[in-house]
Design a protein around this ligand. Structure first.
Ligand code: F6P
Length: 546
């Protein structure tokens, strides 16, 4: 983003002029504000009216998006151009849900052929496992699937499996192991019968130490119960872009499901990385998920910017963070099924846009990315909402809910959703001194008591929120919701001019862990390094020695 562009300068002026903007006034002065600043895509209502924006600001933001050619970049992504500049790759998670099968060429080859072959293979495996045709080494059907993977090879599939539990017939129980802390895999394996477990080793690179360590443990656990040579091939599947490493692990070719370098890990749940979703819910539900994402892709491609939900969501985010200086972004689902959604988005967003140099390697002179955090909103109300309502720093928040309940348990959903709507209203309207005094007087409190308390009870309000209200959480709508956020992240990356598709920042820590590992061995030599690192290693070794 060039800070010298006309739109940037205009927006910066609007920011300065708009320091006194009050949401309460914006609503009072424009009864049609909701109609103007809310739109519906698929089953999703996106209300961005409770943000500190005016028509002029929105126009400036759309100009900014035009000036940096968001639409051109979007088209380049959909057509398979190598827009992941630092890794020289296309960015084609959209190909994985391209149910129109419109050709997408990479180096002259239509990737849709590979995609549909892999989908067929996933379907065959899913049907075989779920029908009981796929048998373990002792001839028993599979009852449990254990997905071993981390980051994008864990968060997306696990978030979706949990969100759509209602659609599972419970024929197959799916478990997730991501942590290299052996406690997790031990806990997951303890109640399972090795004869009836299928492991899915999910790793795009098949080099991730956490995943390979867990995979080794799983293999040893299985082989401890079976002397059959063929046990491995009946109990292990790999999903990877690195066939060679999966073969070295001991898997036959047909047990390996393909992933391609043009699928980013954090955008990979639509590929065979989504196998556990299909195994848990059935392939038709996995296809509906893809269908929902495809519908959002079409919207993103076709809708004019002024009615384009991912573009608008991205621009609002940029206004809040880069222009208004609000550095974090809370994600607050009001639906138990979305309990992992903020953890999932943390990777999708922060690994994508947590960058500080532009495509040409120059430092960017503005803030990029946001600190994404959050958890179930209703629990948050009793934990951190105090900060949202009265904290010194303003935290914009996305409230995400569904009109229909995901359960037949009665008498809960209205209360949940009343809170969902009330919180965004409270964050916006606040409560001023006059109201606080009147409220306390009405309760018969003394003036001395009121004077002591009044400033503590004032809520400044004016805190921006988006509301994302789905009709229900079904596979199609969830697919659309995830794609909405993926495209929001994409648009922001283009405007900030950062490469949203690499993650070089995670490499240094990995390399240093490799260096530190041998130093933790009692016979290992501790290298000359900073005193803190040496002190920590020494303390660790001394305690282990006891
Ligand atoms: O360390 C970060 C990361 O590379 C993520 O981008 C990725 O999703 C995760 O590790 C897992 O990588 P892999 O699927 O190759 O095991």
């Amino acid at each position: 983003m060039n800070t010298q562009t006309t739109s940037w300068r205009l927006l910066d002026r609007l920011r300065r002029d708009g320091t006194g903007l009050r949401l309460n006034d914006l609503f009072a002065n424009d009864p049609a504000r909701f109609e103007k600043y809310a739109l519906q895509v698929e089953n999703i209502l996106f209300d961005y009216s409770k943000n500190l924006v005016t028509d002029d600001i929105m126009a400036g933001l759309f100009d900014l998006a035009r000036e940096v050619d968001v639409e051109g970049w979007r088209d380049r992504m959909f057509s398979g151009d190598r827009i992941n500049v630092t890794e020289d790759r296309p960015v084609l998670h959209v190909a994985l849900r391209n149910i129109s099968a419109r050709p997408i060429l990479v180096d002259g080859i239509d990737v849709m052929e590979q995609v549909s072959e892999e989908l067929d293979k996933m379907k065959r495996l899913t049907d075989a496992v779920r029908s009981g045709k796929w048998r373990g080494y002792s001839g028993k059907p599979i009852t449990d699937v254990v997905n071993i993977g981390i980051g994008g090879s864990n968060l997306g599939p696990q978030m979706v499996t949990e969100a759509l539990q209602k659609y599972s017939d419970n024929r197959i129980r799916v478990h997730y192991v991501s942590n290299v802390d052996g406690v997790q895999i031990a806990q997951v394996l303890r109640p399972l019968n090795p004869e009836q477990v299928l492991f899915v080793i999910s790793s795009k690179t098949f080099t991730t130490r956490e995943t390979l360590t867990n995979a080794e443990t799983a293999r040893n656990w299985l082989l401890a119960s079976s002397f059959e040579e063929t046990a491995l091939e009946k109990h292990f599947i790999a999903v990877t872009a690195n066939r060679n490493n999966a073969l070295k692990f001991g898997l036959p070719q047909e047990n390996i499901h393909d992933l391609w370098d043009w699928v980013g890990g954090r955008f990979s749940l639509w590929s065979a990385i989504g196998l556990p979703i299909a195994l848990s819910l059935g392939f038709e539900h996995f296809e509906s998920l893809l269908g929902g994402a495809y519908a959002m892709d079409r919207h993103f491609e076709m809708a004019p910017m002024e009615q384009n939900a991912p573009v608008i969501q991205a621009l609002i985010g940029i206004w809040n963070s880069t222009f208004l200086g609000m550095q974090s972004q809370a994600i607050l689902p009001y639906n138990q099924s979305l309990h992992m959604f903020s953890a999932y988005l943390q990777q999708a967003d922060m690994e994508s846009n947590g960058k500080s140099v532009d495509w040409d390697g120059n430092d960017v002179p503005y803030s990029t990315g946001s600190i994404i955090w959050g958890q179930l909103g209703i629990n948050g109300q009793h934990a951190f909402y105090q900060y949202l309502h009265q904290g010194k720093n303003i935290v914009p928040a996305d409230f995400i809910g569904a009109v229909e309940s995901s359960t037949s348990v009665r008498g809960h959903h209205e209360y949940l959703m009343a809170n969902f709507i009330a919180q965004t209203q409270a964050l916006m309207t606040g409560i001023d001194e006059t109201q606080v005094r009147a409220e306390l007087r009405a309760k018969g409190k003394s003036e001395a008591y009121i004077n002591n308390l009044v400033s503590h009870k004032i809520h400044q309000g004016n805190r921006p929120t988006n509301t994302i209200l789905m009709e229900r959480i079904d596979p199609h709508t969830l697919g659309a919701l995830i794609a909405l956020y993926e495209h929001k992240i994409f648009v922001q990356g283009i405007i900030w001019k950062v490469c949203s598709f690499d993650q070089w920042g995670v490499e240094l820590g990995k390399e240093l862990a490799h260096r530190i590992l041998p130093q933790l061995d009692q016979n290992g030599t501790v290298e000359p390094q900073d005193s803190s690192t040496t002190g920590l290693i020494d303390f660790y070794k001394n305690v282990r020695k006891k």
